[in-house]
Design a protein around this ligand. Structure first.
Ligand SMILES: Cc1cc2nc3c(=O)[nH]c(=O)nc-3n(C[C@H](O)[C@H](O)[C@H](O)COP(=O)(O)OP(=O)(O)OC[C@H]3O[C@@H](n4cnc5c(N)ncnc54)[C@H](O)[C@@H]3O)c2cc1C
Length: 632
């Protein structure tokens, strides 16, 4: 360990990646230097008496210009380029699942929204049970993550940890007044390392006020405290952007600079872990212990060992953490044997309970004269060059912001009429009978109860000032808008499992999109109808719209459902594949994040989230990693 750290200090931790490194020993081996991995590494290495190594398969990226975030998708040097298996309920489509392959992980390349879910999703939720015979409502406390068997994993912890990492800078008074870029200061931290602020490019300027006013006219309130535990309404998302230099703020340029100077921390890039080395004999408790991990660097296989009291902590992300467990002999014995792997720990929950958000969108052409929107960057090279120069010299313009931060979080009651909703729920309840007696019965019941609580949003609308309809040929002289509908809490559960024993082969990923087909397709169709037939036709926004692309306003149920099934995409927030749940409920890790049946293997990334949250996942993953350092 000492010689490796000395080498690290001499070469600098990034150069270390290309160095030839022999076996050595650490107290904590962190697999994956992504969102969770780096935050965890920083906190664990604050204790100078423990040694920590992070093994990251990707390299560093200098993609810190906010508006360029989407350019990484499909670039194999920084995108793992995962895909789903064909999705039977989505026209058999194979759907792209980008993930960051870089130091900083997916947070190095993501959209930077820095948001929390509703507090009830982490812990206490009112359970409204309609007792038909008594014709009255009863209320009971119904906590979510915590109630699922995870003491201490609740809103209070998540919120405190987000505040601890956050350095929040409010928007300018005019941006707050004109574009609703506002939230109560008490909902934010101001002394943490991650800089958080609002976008400051709002073109075309009339669009956002019109969108808010139309939303209000449809009964959707403007939410001025969306980070405080109640997300219902329309609001602007804060983003992980440095308010001074208008660049991406993430673990690599915040948590890491302090930590990298520590002699007890080594961060290695270009090192892909291929297996956890399990010791041949169980320890006295009967559990299996890991002695270290195997990784490939510069095409050579190396090993790194863990001390007698140390941990292997998996933070390789929702798709690759279960893959590593399975490659190492931990998982469903039947699946392991089918792949020729001798099971060491039979743990059927590994790779199951996969949940993800999914979305479809509708694009519109806006009236002439509104001015350029951010989509012009892709079709107008002069505009691109001018604006990039503006960014380089003054840190202003579209490059200094996330292009679309107007979010709307709504329950079904906002956009589906009571009769239709009752019939969709009846269909859902029929489908949910399949979960009776399954390990997921309890979490499905919690999720079902959320539908009766209108303060827990189910659908997110994202308004983007650009075209996203691939069938439209963009005219650079025109202005466009898209409204995406994201389903925040699908009931269907998917899975992710190894495709073979080759550690370099991507796993089979089956999110099972629209798996509760009648209900989930119906909900998405209603969300699209709300966009085309209500939002787009209600003043003042309707005054700005000259054309709705697909689907046509007034489309039939069948046409809307077909549209949903042919256009559905991932919304990129997978979780649950190594859930923190009791083993009997399909769990993989206990509340201390230890993998069942093992002595020293932990999971601390998004895969441990047992029940999907109704928001973007990054800040919760960061917060969980801070909490993980306390419980490991
Ligand atoms: C396109 C996109 C946009 C998004 N936008 C937002 C947003 O705006 N706001 C938000 O809140 N969330 C957003 N997200 C989601 C958010 O980025 C993730 O929830 C978060 O990064 C998950 O963190 P993680 O630590 O679980 O995984 P990751 O951050 O993906 O980290 C996993 C790391 O492990 C490494 N790794 C994997 N396998 C191995 C191996 N075998 N050996 C060594 N290293 C390995 C990977 O290279 C990666 O660095 C977005 C996601 C995507 C894909």
């Amino acid at each position: 360990m000492r010689s490796l750290c000395t080498l690290a200090l001499t070469l600098g931790w990034l150069k270390l990646a290309s160095a030839a490194i022999g076996s050595t020993t650490f107290d904590h081996i962190i697999v994956g230097g992504g969102a969770a991995g780096l935050v965890l590494a920083e906190k664990l290495s604050r204790n100078s008496s423990v040694s920590v190594i992070v093994l990251e398969a990707g390299f560093t990226t200098d993609d810190v210009v906010p508006a360029l975030f989407s350019t990484f998708i499909g670039n194999p040097t920084i995108d793992w380029e995962f895909v789903t298996v064909p999705q039977p309920h989505v026209s058999n489509n194979v759907i792209s699942l980008p993930r960051g392959k870089a130091l900083g992980g997916t947070a190095a390349v993501n959209g930077m929204y820095f948001v929390r879910a509703a507090s009830k999703e982490y812990d206490g939720s009112l359970n409204y049970t309609f007792r038909k015979k008594l014709h009255r409502l009863t209320f009971a406390q119904f906590p979510a993550w915590e109630k699922l068997g995870n003491p201490g994993w609740n809103w209070k912890t998540v919120d405190a940890n987000i505040k601890a990492m956050e350095h929040f800078t409010p928007a300018s008074p005019s941006d707050a007044a004109n574009f609703h870029a506002t939230d109560s200061l008490q909902n934010h931290g101001t002394n943490g390392p991650i800089s958080v602020t609002y976008s400051n490019y709002w073109e075309p300027a009339p669009l956002i006020p019109a969108y808010f006013n139309t939303s209000n006219a449809l009964g959707i309130p403007t939410n001025t405290h969306a980070s405080g535990g109640s997300t219902f309404g329309v609001w602007q998302s804060p983003c992980a952007i440095d308010a001074k230099n208008r660049s991406r703020s993430y673990a690599v340029n915040t948590f890491l600079p302090a930590a990298e100077k520590r002699p007890n921390l080594v961060v290695m890039t270009g090192a892909q872990v291929t297996k956890i080395n399990l010791l041949p004999e169980a320890v006295s408790s009967g559990n299996i212990r890991a002695g270290g991990v195997q990784y490939i660097i510069n095409n050579a296989t190396q090993n790194v060992n863990v001390t007698a009291t140390g941990n292997i902590i998996l933070t390789a992300g929702t798709y690759q953490t279960p893959k590593l467990l399975e490659l190492s002999g931990i998982g469903n014995s039947t699946i392991l044997k089918k792949n020729g792997i001798t099971p060491r720990v039979d743990l059927p929950g590994v790779g199951e309970n996969l949940q993800d958000h999914y979305a479809t969108s509708v694009s519109f052409q806006l009236k002439d004269g509104l001015g350029p929107e951010v989509g012009q960057l892709t079709v107008n090279s002069t505009f691109f060059a001018e604006q990039f120069q503006l960014y380089l010299t003054k840190r202003e313009g579209p490059f200094a912001s996330v292009p679309a931060t107007t979010l709307t979080m709504i329950p079904f009651q906002t956009f589906i009429n009571a009769t239709r909703l009752a019939s969709l729920k009846a269909s859902l309840d029929n489908s949910l009978k399949a979960f009776k007696g399954s390990p997921f019965e309890k979490q499905i019941a919690i999720q079902r109860n959320f539908l009766e609580d209108p303060s827990v949003p189910q659908i997110e609308l994202v308004m983007l000032p650009l075209n996203q309809d691939p069938s439209v040929t963009v005219d650079p002289s025109k202005t466009y808008m898209t409204i995406a509908a994201v389903y925040l809490r699908p009931f269907a559960r998917g899975n992710v499992h190894i495709a073979s024993t080759d550690p370099l082969q991507n796993p089979f990923i089956d999110p099972n999109y629209l798996g509760i087909t009648e209900f989930e397709t119906g909900i998405m169709a209603e969300a699209v109808r709300f966009i085309t037939d209500k939002i787009a036709t209600t003043k003042p926004l309707s005054d700005l719209i000259v054309k709705t692309f697909n689907p046509a306003p007034g489309s039939s149920d069948a046409a809307l459902q077909k549209f949903v099934q042919s256009t559905l995409q991932s919304s990129w927030h997978p979780c649950g594949s190594a859930s923190m749940l009791p083993k009997a409920q399909g769990g993989v890790v206990d509340p201390n994040l230890k993998v069942y049946g093992t002595d020293n293997i932990r999971v601390a990334d998004a895969s441990m989230i047992p029940l999907e949250i109704g928001t973007h996942t990054m800040s919760t993953v960061y917060a969980n990693a801070l909490h993980a350092a306390d419980v490991i």
